[in-house]
Ligand binder design. Structure first.
Ligand code: ZN
Length: 505
């Protein structure tokens, strides 16, 4: 290792450990913390995170990094480094530059604003009253525009915000992808509606004992290769995955006795995220080489397991008899075909998180359109509800009955997370393209899945994606594994084949 590189790495490890302590406090907050502890916990979290931030942006770290990288351009200036070391330094500079570009007072003001905005958003959603939330959203958008100025961008301020979550992605690239996706989705969902097939959803909304749902979820997670000696599952209001080190990666799930799909697919989804984190190379802990490439690639791993494996027929050829054995009263007389139709039922809903595979991305496109317009100032905040409903009608053919199930449904904007939504659709697209690469490269993949072998797929993902860390960009990863940059084509073809069969189109 080049002299001095170990100093940077050990500094980064300190920063990382502090951040992971904060993540542990946050995990506890969402799972077991008594409600009375909220204020003290907020203080603890803010202290730890500001220590981490101070260390990462302080003069010592700047000095160490400056030994290897031109701090203005990000160019690595030493020439005796290995390729993975160069990439590690480039990515570290990227993160460092992001953090030093934004003044500490700005971060503090935004945190104060969003913590208040989140409370107001909750009330506004409860009362279905957008006017309550509007002044806060207005301030958040002003601050986000400012943040974009601090970070810099080429074409439009929204690009700077997207780039935080998905390095290298821009509004223009997303627009091109979405334009190739939208007509296929709108057309497919219209055809499905007109096909008028029997609705099998009620199969999933009988009474399903929670403890048995839980046990079945553990069986699937174990088969996927989630390592319970380096992880655990708990319950929380909103499912999530968090990690403190590749040796301690935790997931949460949410169960509903009258909705089998919610817990089951939520568990598989988080399991997909967790496999990625458990599979990162711990030798590089604290550095970008032990981190996920982007949120979109992270989401590709959860969607791959949830939808392309978990909602596939081969998967249920193996698991359905096992599920029937656990719920003989509910499923004993339901055929595999009907169950498969139930878990893949398509029906437009105003709520994003309840949407099926066909309509889900239309919800994201709507949010993309509105976020971009907000950032560019081409829409007044007060007009958002109306615009939301018009787009909903245009894309999905439905109108929300109020703002609570319309413009107020998601927490993201109140947290200041603008530019985040597109990563969900990117996850679906990357996920399908990567799954098809795996199918080409693993002999008889779907026959294996139909025999309960999920290990072959996980090992392929482990070698080709998890171990890579941020040594490759998302685009490099796609090119290397699938031979092309991200495209909507594999996803569109998948939907047309699958739902064409299911709905006799
Ligand atoms: Zn996810």
């Amino acid at each position: 290792m080049a002299l001095g590189l170990d100093i940077i790495i050990s500094e980064m490890r300190v920063v990382s450990r502090l951040r992971k302590v904060a993540a542990l406090l946050a995990w506890d907050q969402e799972t077991y913390m008594p409600t009375g502890g909220a204020a003290a916990r907020a203080d603890q979290l803010s202290l730890i995170l500001s220590l981490a931030h101070g260390r990462f942006t302080g003069s010592d770290f700047r000095h160490s990094l400056g030994q290897f990288v031109d701090l203005e351009s990000g160019q690595v200036t030493r020439n005796n480094l290995q390729i993975h070391e160069i990439r590690m330094l480039e990515m570290t500079w990227r993160d460092w530059r992001h953090d030093v570009s934004i003044p500490v007072e700005f971060i503090r003001d935004l945190a104060l604003l969003t913590s208040k905005a989140q409370q107001v958003w909750e009330q506004a959603r409860e009362k279905s009253d957008f006017a309550l939330f509007a002044p806060y959203l207005e301030k958040i958008v002003v601050m986000k525009r400012q943040e974009a100025e601090y970070l810099g961008y080429q074409d439009e301020p929204y690009d700077a915000l997207i780039d935080i979550f998905e390095p290298g992605m821009t509004s223009r690239k997303l627009e091109a992808l979405f334009n190739a996706l939208r007509p296929v989705l709108v057309n497919l969902s219209t055809q499905i509606r007109q096909a008028n097939r029997p609705n099998r959803r009620p199969i999933l909304t009988q009474n399903y004992e929670e403890s048995i749902q839980w046990e079945f979820g553990l069986e699937v997670l174990t088969d996927m290769g989630y390592d319970f000696s380096r992880g655990r599952q708990d319950r929380s209001a909103h499912p999530f995955t968090t990690d403190f080190h590749p040796t301690d990666v935790r997931i949460t799930t949410r169960l509903n006795p009258n909705d089998l799909a919610m817990g089951l697919f939520g568990t598989i989804h988080e399991g997909g995220h967790a496999l990625y984190e458990q599979g990162l190379d711990e030798r590089y802990f604290g550095t970008p080489l032990c981190e996920a490439i982007s949120l979109g690639i992270h989401e590709s791993q959860s969607r791959l397991w949830e939808n392309y494996v978990g909602r596939s027929r081969p998967f249920w050829m193996w698991y359905y008899p096992r599920l029937q054995k656990r719920f003989p009263g509910q499923l004993g007389k339901v055929s595999l075909d009907d169950f498969y139709a139930a878990i893949n039922a398509v029906a437009p809903t105003p709520i994003r998180v309840e949407a099926d595979e066909v309509t889900y991305n239309l919800h994201i496109m709507l949010r993309f359109d509105l976020e971009r317009a907000m950032l560019n100032g081409s829409v007044a905040i007060k007009d958002l509800p109306e615009l939301w409903n018009a787009k909903m009608q245009e894309y999905l053919g439905i109108t929300p009955k109020n703002d609570a199930e319309g413009v107020l449904q998601d927490i993201h904007w109140s947290l200041g997370a603008i530019g985040y939504f597109p990563t969900y659709t990117l996850g679906n697209l990357y996920g399908r393209q990567l799954y098809e690469a795996a199918r080409q490269q693993i002999d008889g993949l779907e026959d294996r899945i139909a025999k309960g072998d999920l290990k072959s797929l996980r090992e392929w993902l482990h070698t080709n994606i998890y171990r890579v860390g941020r040594a490759k960009t998302a685009d490099e990863l796609m090119l290397e594994l699938s031979g092309r940059s991200l495209s909507t084509e594999p996803f569109n073809r998948y939907l047309e084949d699958k739902y064409g069969q299911l709905y006799d189109l």
